[in-house]
Structure formats: structure tokens, C-alpha cells
Design a protein. Structure first.
Lengths: 456, 462
């Protein structure tokens, strides 16, 4: 449907916004314009429950008045609309206190990045993507007689165009597409109801495997039938990739220089220190074409790149945007993220990649011996203290007995401290996977030698 | 109240086009949303920002399927384009919307519009919070605070003939602190918010800075939380997130209709001890989760969900109510014009009981006292829920003793609800943001102290 849109070109709109902010009295200015065209299909019980078609476009303007920064965003991309927003951004800057490190980045050469789009997003019509979602649901229902239903099966895609311009001479743009499908399967047995998540991520629908997504949801739900609380104890734990990704996301967040510089990270002051076992390695890569967060440049026009974070057990680097880099006299790692045009850029990981190891998942379980295989965690936003690294989160999964998966377990917590947990990673599996939890993360399963379990 | 965002004739035309290819229900939801926010960190005002957006969402319902399209801007041509887009997948005969008739609404009253208050005054307020919190001593190593105001003007028209609207202003401040003593680091947080204007901040907003700082300082003396099953006394106010998670979500009618709630088939059954009464109430005056109407134009209401321990109502939006042949309870909410309305809580609370907090604690031999929380999460289908304790204490021999960190409470809805054996008389409400289906909406939670006879505390100390 993008062809029917009254199209305001994003790059010229961004350039006009910068001019307007300077005219409104800003000493320096930057504009970030984005247009998102997307759709979502939700299916239930063999029928389409909702079909959403959406377009949105807007612009966010950052204005500097010396070291004071102000921001304004809006959806009105007309000349008058942009001028009003630019004036508002300058007005906001006057309210801020001056910060000597606040300044727009200088332009740097941006290398193009291929592979961010997939023509099937535009080529598949609503009927085809609805059929994909219905196939996900059918695959789950057909996988096992104990699958009693599917709470929701969803397909969604979006195509995003981004343009950035600044008074320092930055002028760049890109387009990328993403899609995903997921379902929450319901299984019944032994007097209880269980849920199981299946999901897939790709650049376009032709790279999704709806049968596999449905089967995964069914398998996860059925595996939980009859789950009981485990005994409270301290034991080896294998984190499956969906769970490992959530923890990797927390670690990536704690490695953002803003939190570190303000004394709000368990990694503050530990550069070069041993913060993990040698089995755990982590890097950020904003240019991996397989990563959903990849782009040629970050939220303030700085080239994306690869940054080693934890290697050989040692903390190698934090993640920086321009402001935090200025504060330490270092360079931005291209880690200024935006949640669209509505948000000021702030330091955040792009794609986090946990290095794979040598062991298959079966070998990892054998290595664990007796313990728990955690396949789901809940309550991360409230159960993890990002400042201290202390965590206690809800969990469910399977017992590991004599090195193999045994009965399911639920309604327990795993608790500890993030750095202590990284030091206790004794092996990483070889089967890595992209997961949309904790941001965009690629990770294998991880074996942690000991975590506190609270159950019965 | 403000002028409608759409002329009645434009709305009628959009609805007519939405039903051009059939469908039994069509709706246009137009919205102008804007606000500003700023923060203080390291005693410096930063992140000063303002936003202004407008747009509309059009939905058409046919059978069990909803077709939805949304656009930025409120130009009539854009709205008609959204209507055509929503209608494009249908292939039936044209439907006729009923003639629109305007239904007046009295919005939640706002005394001092925050837009009219100079930004410098808001910055000054944050400086006051910073000073008040830091005044608690040098162990307060970090303090950050934020101020946010948001206004949503909405106009809603549907093919049943409804033409209505609302004007909503919310204001909220929050403080986060970090305390440090040697290597020991702890955090504290507190918020104050309401469906009100700047008058919310007339009393003593600095108090929350002191409270947030005091929490972090208290926790400097904490030990790791215990683990295992024990009696738990949950504090008032935001402790109501317990009920929000373990019961509220499971009563939202979409979960019931999809076979994904442990409360299916429980209507009319005893689900709690007779001492328990609970409500969802979108009309509590100026409360954070209150609105005059929901996002489908239905007046909000007080809905009693549990009466003397018996489950008596689910929470309904328009489509869920239509399916069950009942009236909507005014719980159809959406984050913005870019989202479909879904059944959501407004302000959910356990009504005051007869116990005093002191007596509830005294009766516990050994247990856990959870005073405040970071939030929670539930899977309504299995009933498994968690919530993270940000400030907790041991109860030993009926007395509150050592502060603890790193605890999460975990349980199953029906078991935990039935295990509530005392409800306190010290009722109050707190604010929260609730996420569901990718949409965040403001919700209130409340209760007096509540005691759960047995619950798993997930700490590290066996």
C-alpha cells in the first residue's frame, strides 16, 4: 500500500528540519525521519481474527544550544509542521542544563549494507500471509493430540525507511524489512493446561518455516504437561537459547556506557577484569545481515560496526554513543539506538552475539548430569536489578537426570547475580539461534555450573 | 471539553466507506496526542523533549474477523483511504451505518493544564526532587528523576450511531536512587502519578524523592532473600499488582474466549475466602487508570469482580461482550490510534478488609514481608505468575526484622488467590504501566496489606 501514500521524501524533510532548527536559533541540529509500512495478521481457530494495515511516518529533531540539548518529534512532515517542530526543539534546549560533552557527531564514511530487505515482503499479499499464519496454527494442532488449541498465531512484517541529516554534514538513509511469526500453543493433560511458544524471524515471509514454528510451539507446550515444582536447591542449570538471550540482553544493557559512567552497572570500573569464564564470549555486531537490528548507521548517523565486549573471560569494551564517548575521550561504537522517531538516541546494543561452543545440546545435558533445563523465564523487568546485577526470575523447564531430559518443572525461581553467573558458565552449546528476546540476540544454550533454585 | 477532532459528517462518511464491502460493525478512532518530558540526572536537567502526533484508526468487523487500518494525520481524504484499506479484503454487500448521534461526555476534571505551566517550573521541580533525595546523606550516590505530562484528545464514532469523545491529561513524576556503602550498592524508586494536571504536584512532590532515597539506604543493610515456601504479607498500594497479575489478567474476556485462562468456568464459583472483595473501577476520581469513557466510547464503570470470595464478572470490551450477549464493562482500551482495542484493566483493587497490618504480621511465625515491587507477569493460560520484590523483609516470630534484596514471589493464580487469609484496612492506590499484546496502558493497582498463607519466595538463601 506504500505506493498509494502521499509521499513526503524523508531525506529532504530531514534536511529542511535541520535548516529550520538553525533558523530557530539552534547552534547545531540533527533530524531523524522514518516511515514504517507494516501489517499484522492474527489468526485463531482456523480463521483470521484481525488483519491490520499500517503506515506511519514522522520526524524527530535534536537541537543543540551550546551544551544544552532539546528534542521534539511529530507526525506533521509538511514545511510548516517541520518548522514548528524545529522551533519546539530549540525551545526545549533552552530548558536543559549545559553539558560540555553534548555535541552532534561528525560525519564518517558509511559503508552500504546489503541484505537488509527481501522482496517477498512486498510481493506477498494479505491472503498469502494470512495463510502462513493459519499454517502455523494448523501445524501446532496437528503435531500432537494433546494440543488443545492455539491462543494466538501471528504473522507481522514491516518495511522501514530511515533518513538522517545534521548540521555537521551527516546525510544518509537506508531501508530494511523484517518479519516474524509466532504462536502460543495450548496443551492439556494430567488436569492442567500448558503453553508453548514457537517463533521464527526473517527478512521476508519466504524465509519463514511455518510448519517448524507451529511444531515448536506444540512441542514446548506438550513437554510441560504434568509439570510440578522442583525442590529448592543449588544445582547445574542449562539455559536454552530463548532464556540465554534474555540474559545476554540484560548483560548488553549493563555494558552501555551511560549506565557504566553513572555508576549504575555491575560492570562499572571493571574494564580488563575477568568477568566471565572463558566459555562465555559476547560481541555486538550492528552489521550482521542476519540480525534484525542491523543497519549501515546508528540512531545518530554513526556507522554501525562489530565490537568485542567479553572475550577470553575479560571485559574488553563498553558500548558508546557520541555523548558517552566524548565523556571518556574515546570513539562511539555506533551504539546510539532509537525506538523510532519518537525517541532521543540512547546507548543500546544492536545485535548481541554469544559465541557458540563445541557441544551439541545432548552433550551439554550430559555434561550437566543432574540439574534443570530452563526453557522459559518470566518477570525479567521486575526480577532483575540492572544496577547491582542481582536477579530472581520465574522459570519453567525440564529436570535433567543422569545427563538426559526427564520430567517437566514449573513455578520456581532461578536466582543469583549476573557476573557470578557469567563466571559459572562452564560450556556453551554449538546450536546457536536468533532470538527476539533481550533485543536481537544470537546465542547457543549455556551450561551454568550452579544457580539457586527456589521451588518447594 | 475540546472540540471533536472530526466533523460528524466526515465521521459518517468514513464509516459508510468502511462498510462499503460489508461488515456488521465499523468504527473510526481519531486521536491527537502530545506531551513533554524531562529528567534530571547527576543534578543536571536533560532529555527535554516534546511530541505532537495525530492520526486515526478505522476498523471493520465481519464475522469473527476484524480489519484494521491506521494513518497519521486527520485529513478527511486520509481517513477515507484508511476506511478503504480496512474494507478492501471484504467481498460482501454494502452495509449501512446508523445515523450518528452525539453523546456528550464529561472528561475527568483537570485544574491546571500542564501545557500552560512554563517548562522552567518543571525543571525547578526536578531540582527540588534532586535536592530532597540527596539531602538524606552522602550514601545517596546517584539520583535521577523524571517528569512527564501527556494529553490525549480522542473522538470515536461507530456504525451503531455513537459519536463521542474524551480529553485526558495525565501527569507523573518518578525518582530512582542508588545508595552506596563501600562495595554494597542498592537501589530505590518511587512514583507519583494521576489522571490530573499540574495540581497533582502542589502538595509535596519532594516526598517521593525522600522515600526513594530511604528505600535504597534501608537496603544497604539487607541480606540475600530467603528461598522456599512460607507465609507472605504483601504491602498496600502497589502490592495490588499481585491481584492485577494473578486475577485481573485472567478475567479479561479475550483470554477466556480463547481457552487461555484458569478462570474459565469459574464464574459464580468461590475462588477466594469470603473476606475477599475486588473491583476494576475506571471511574475512581482522577486515578491513574481512570477515563470518562473507554477507547470504544463506552462509559467506564465500577465492576465488582469478586464478591465475598465468589467470582461474579469478567472484564469486557465491545466484541467480547457482543459474543457473550452482555454489556461491555468499559474495558476496551488501546495505547493509541495505531492499536486495536483489547480488554484491559483500568484501576484494579482488593477492597479494604478488617485486619490491621500489625496484627497480620504478628500472627506469622516465620515468613516474608514484601513491601514494594518492581512489577509482575502472568501467563493467564497456566496461571503461573511472578512478581519482583524491590523492598522486602524477613518476618521472624511475628516481627519484621532484616531487609532483603533479590526476591521474586512466584505462584499459581488459583492457589495463591485462595490462600489470601487476611486483608488490611489500610487501603491506598498506586500507578503502573501494564503491557499486553505489545500495548502499554496506564493502570492503577491498590489494596491494603494482604496476607497469603503460603507462597514461594524465590531468593538465594536455602
Amino acid at each position: 500500500m506504500s505506493g498509494q501514500l502521499p509521499s513526503v521524501e524523508l531525506s529532504p524533510a530531514a534536511a529542511r528540519a535541520v535548516e529550520a532548527a538553525l533558523a530557530a536559533g539552534a547552534g547545531a541540529a540533527e533530524a531523524y525521519a522514518a516511515r514504517d509500512t507494516g501489517r499484522e495478521v492474527r489468526v485463531h481457530g482456523g480463521a483470521v481474527e484481525s488483519l491490520t494495515a499500517a503506515t506511519q511516518a514522522g520526524i524527530g529533531i535534536r537541537a543543540w544550544d551550546g551544551g544544552r540539548v532539546g528534542y521534539a518529534y511529530g507526525t506533521d512532515l509538511s514545511d510548516a509542521g517541520v518548522a514548528a517542530l524545529a522551533a519546539r526543539a530549540a525551545e526545549m534546549a533552552a530548558v536543559a542544563d549545559s553539558d560540555e560533552f553534548a555535541a552532534p557527531p561528525a560525519p564518517a564514511e558509511i559503508e552500504a549494507l546489503a541484505g537488509l530487505d527481501n522482496p517477498s515482503v512486498a510481493a506477498w499479499n494479505a491472503g498469502q500471509v494470512a495463510e502462513l499464519a493459519l499454517t502455523v496454527e494448523r501445524a501446532a494442532l496437528g503435531a500432537d493430540p494433546r494440543v488443545a488449541g492455539v491462543e494466538t498465531a501471528v504473522y507481522a512484517d514491516s518495511t522501514e525507511q530511515v533518513a538522517i541529516a545534521s548540521s555537521t554534514g551527516i546525510a544518509a538513509s537506508y531501508e530494511s524489512s523484517n518479519c516474524f511469526a509466532y504462536l502460543q500453543a495450548l496443551a492439556e493433560g494430567e488436569g492442567g493446561r500448558e503453553t508453548g511458544l514457537g517463533f521464527g524471524l526473517a527478512r521476508g515471509p519466504d524465509d519463514l518455516d511455518p510448519e517448524a514454528i507451529g511444531a515448536e510451539g506444540a512441542e514446548r507446550a506438550v513437554a510441560m504437561i504434568g509439570a510440578a515444582k522442583p525442590a529448592s536447591r543449588s544445582c547445574p542449570v542449562v539455559l536454552d537459547p530463548t532464556v540465554a538471550a534474555s540474559f545476554a540482553g540484560l548483560i548488553g544493557g549493563a555494558l552501555g556506557a551511560r549506565a557504566v559512567q553513572r555508576g549504575r552497572s555491575p560492570f562499572a570500573g571493571r574494564l580488563g577484569d575477568e568477568v566471565a569464564s572463558t566459555s562465555f564470549a559476547l560481541h555486538d555486531d550492528g552489521r550482521d545481515p542476519a540480525g534484525a537490528a542491523s543497519a549501515p548507521f546508528d540512531g545518530e548517523g554513526v556507522p554501525r560496526r562489530r565490537t568485542a565486549l567479553i572475550e577470553g573471560g575479560a571485559l574488553r569494551s563498553y558500548l558508546y554513543d557520541t555523548y558517552t564517548a566524548n565523556r571518556e575521550g574515546t570513539s562511539s561504537t555506533g551504539s546510539a539506538a532509537r525506538a523510532g522517531y519518537r525517541s532521543l538516541p540512547s546507548v543500546s546494543a544492536s545485535n548481541l552475539i554469544v559465541a557458540g561452543g563445541d557441544l551439541s545440546t545432548a552433550e551439554l545435558l550430559a555434561e550437566a548430569g543432574d540439574g534443570l533445563f530452563v526453557t522459559d523465564v518470566a518477570g525479567l523487568h521486575s526480577g532483575v536489578n540492572p544496577v547491582t546485577g542481582v536477579f530472581s526470575v520465574g522459570a519453567s523447564g525440564r529436570t535433567i537426570r543422569d545427563g538426559a531430559l526427564a520430567e517437566p518443572v514449573r513455578e520456581f525461581t532461578i536466582a543469583g547475580e549476573l557476573v557470578a553467573m557469567l563466571r559459572a558458565v562452564v560450556a556453551a552449546g554449538s546450536e546457536t539461534r536468533w532470538v527476539p528476546f533481550g533485543g536481537s540476540v544470537q546465542t547457543p544454550p549455556l551450561l551454568v555450573s550452579e544457580l539457586a533454585i527456589s521451588g518447594t | 471539553m475540546s472540540e471533536p477532532l472530526l466533523d460528524q459528517e466526515v465521521a459518517a462518511r468514513v464509516l459508510s466507506r468502511a462498510l462499503a464491502n460489508g461488515g456488521r460493525f465499523a468504527e473510526v478512532f481519531a486521536e491527537r496526542r502530545g506531551g513533554m518530558s524531562l529528567a534530571i540526572d547527576e543534578s543536571r536537567i536533560e532529555s527535554v523533549q516534546a511530541g505532537a502526533e495525530e492520526g486515526a484508526g478505522v476498523r471493520v468487523v465481519d464475522g469473527a474477523t476484524t480489519y484494521f487500518a491506521h494513518v497519521d494525520g486527520l485529513e478527511p481524504a486520509e481517513l477515507e483511504r484508511a476506511a478503504d484499506e480496512a474494507a478492501s479484503a471484504l467481498r460482501a454487500d454494502r452495509g449501512e451505518p446508523r445515523p450518528l448521534s452525539a453523546r456528550p461526555v464529561t472528561p475527568v476534571p483537570i485544574e491546571v493544564a500542564p501545557e500552560g505551566v512554563p517548562a522552567a517550573r518543571k525543571a525547578e521541580l526536578l531540582r527540588e526532587l534532586d535536592q530532597r533525595g540527596r539531602a538524606l546523606g552522602d550514601e545517596i550516590a546517584q539520583l535521577s528523576a523524571s517528569y512527564a505530562e501527556a494529553r490525549r484528545v480522542v473522538t470515536i464514532a461507530n456504525s451503531d450511531g455513537l459519536f463521542t469523545g474524551d480529553d485526558r491529561t495525565r501527569t507523573r513524576i518518578g525518582v530512582q536512587t542508588v545508595a552506596r556503602r563501600g562495595d554494597k550498592v542498592e537501589t530505590g524508586a518511587e512514583t507519583l502519578g494521576a489522571h490530573r494536571g499540574f495540581e497533582l504536584l502542589e502538595d509535596d512532590p519532594g516526598l517521593i524523592a525522600e522515600q526513594a532515597a530511604q528505600k535504597a539506604l534501608t537496603l544497604l543493610d539487607s541480606r540475600p532473600a530467603p528461598s522456599g515456601s512460607m507465609p507472605v504479607v504483601v504491602g498496600g498500594g502497589f502490592g495490588g499488582v499481585l491481584f492485577h497479575e494473578m486475577t485481573g489478567h485472567g478475567l479479561e474476556i479475550d483470554h477466556i474466549h480463547k481457552g487461555a485462562s484458569v478462570y474459565i468456568g469459574k464464574l459464580g464459583e468461590m475462588v477466594a475466602q469470603p473476606l475477599l472483595n475486588a473491583y476494576d473501577d475506571g471511574r475512581l476520581p482522577n486515578e491513574w487508570g481512570s477515563d470518562a469513557i473507554d477507547d470504544e466510547g463506552q462509559p467506564t464503570q465500577q465492576t465488582k469482580v469478586i464478591e465475598d470470595g465468589r467470582l461474579i464478572s469478567y472484564l469486557y470490551d465491545h466484541l467480547g461482550a457482543e459474543k457473550d450477549g452482555v454489556a461491555s464493562t468499559g474495558n476496551g482500551r488501546r495505547e493509541s490510534f495505531r492499536d486495536l482495542p483489547i480488554p484491559r484493566m483500568t484501576n484494579t483493587y482488593i477492597a479494604p478488609g478488617e485486619s490491621t497490618p500489625e496484627a497480620m504480621i504478628e500472627e506469622v511465625k516465620n515468613g516474608f514481608y514484601a513491601v514494594s515491587f518492581g512489577g509482575g507477569q502472568v501467563d493467564p493460560a497456566t496461571g503461573d505468575f511472578v512478581f519482583g520484590v524491590s523492598e522486602g523483609y524477613l518476618i521472624e516470630d511475628g516481627k519484621v526484622t532484616a531487609p532483603c534484596t533479590g526476591a521474586t514471589l512466584i505462584g499459581n493464580c488459583l492457589d495463591a488467590l485462595a490462600a489470601i487469609d487476611a486483608v488490611g484496612n489500610d487501603f491506598f492506590m498506586k500507578t503502573g504501566m501494564c503491557g499486553k499484546g505489545g500495548q502499554k496502558v496506564p493502570v492503577g493497582t491498590g489494596q491494603g496489606h494482604v496476607r497469603v498463607g503460603r507462597m514461594t519466595v524465590g531468593g538465594t538463601q536455602l
